[in-house]
Ligand binder design. Structure first.
Ligand SMILES: [Zn+2]
Length: 262
């Protein structure tokens, strides 16, 4: 027999808001969720002068043009170890046994815990970036997906880059901010943010490099974030920083041609 579920709602809804839909769901870990859809007026945040360029790095989830690095994926290493252990245990249990069912639930619970931690992290970060900045510049997911590198692809997947950009998008709309998504491939890692010089190549394991033109020493990801901000501001000002059709990916890598300096 199903156990009836009693809901006691004690948090006040925003003034004048009426719940329109209540949905109860249960995940694979056996946890129940209640979501309440509410119509509400969201007041935009006061305008600010802040602006930010965001790069998804390999070693840090998010790198800002200011040099700040947030959310190292190693944050989740402990969880992954626990998960691997639980999965090994599950594999040893007899098919159809009670113990197997218990082990399966344990694996599902760890998965759920990891997902929750990631979601929580992404929400805190996206809310903070929206609060602090009027203009937020990121590369679009299509651009990120063009980087065909197994490690980077995994990193993009792990940190939920798509979910992060989605959150930035709707929070920007809620709070009156401008989100600029750069949807043309642009050599953000290989371009010197100080003088505009573009390197012929930069391997993924080069974390720092020195510009042969102006001598500036760059942190790979911070430099990329600075370029993303510069391109984003040009795009949002109506300029054409990245001309369509002039940069195309090739199977062997990327060919850069005629990319105008900012
Ligand atoms: Zn330079």
């Amino acid at each position: 027999m199903e156990t009836p579920l009693h809901i006691h709602w004690s948090r006040p809804l925003p003034d004048g808001a009426q719940p329109t839909t209540v949905t109860v769901s249960r995940d694979t870990a056996g946890r129940y969720f209640i979501s309440i859809l509410v119509e509400d007026e969201i007041a935009p945040l006061p305008a600010t002068v802040g602006q930010v360029g965001i790069d998804l790095g390999l070693h840090d989830v998010v790198v800002l043009d200011s040099g700040e690095k947030v959310g190292n994926p190693r944050f989740f290493t402990q969880d992954e170890k626990r998960l691997a252990k639980a999965q090994r245990r599950l594999a040893k249990k007899k098919l159809g046994s009670k113990n197997r069912d218990k082990a399966r639930r344990k694996v599902a619970r760890i998965h759920a815990h990891i997902a929750d931690r990631r979601t929580d992290f992404l929400h805190q970060l996206s809310t903070r970036l929206i609060r602090e900045n009027q203009t937020i510049c990121v590369e679009s997911l299509q651009v990120k997906a063009m980087v065909k590198h197994p490690t980077l692809a995994k990193a993009i997947h792990d940190v939920g880059w798509g979910e992060f950009v989605r959150q930035l998008e709707y929070k920007a709309a809620w709070y009156g901010r401008t989100l600029v998504k750069i949807d043309k491939w642009y050599p953000s890692s290989k371009r010197c943010s100080a003088c505009g010089h573009i390197l012929d190549s930069l391997t993924l394991d080069s974390r720092r490099w020195t510009c042969p033109e102006c001598g500036r020493v760059h942190d790979r990801d911070v430099n990329a974030a600075q370029n993303i901000l510069a391109v984003g501001l040009t795009v949002s000002a109506g300029g054409e920083a990245v001309r369509p059709g002039r940069v195309r990916p090739t199977p062997a890598g990327f060919r850069e041609a005629g990319i105008p300096r900012l």
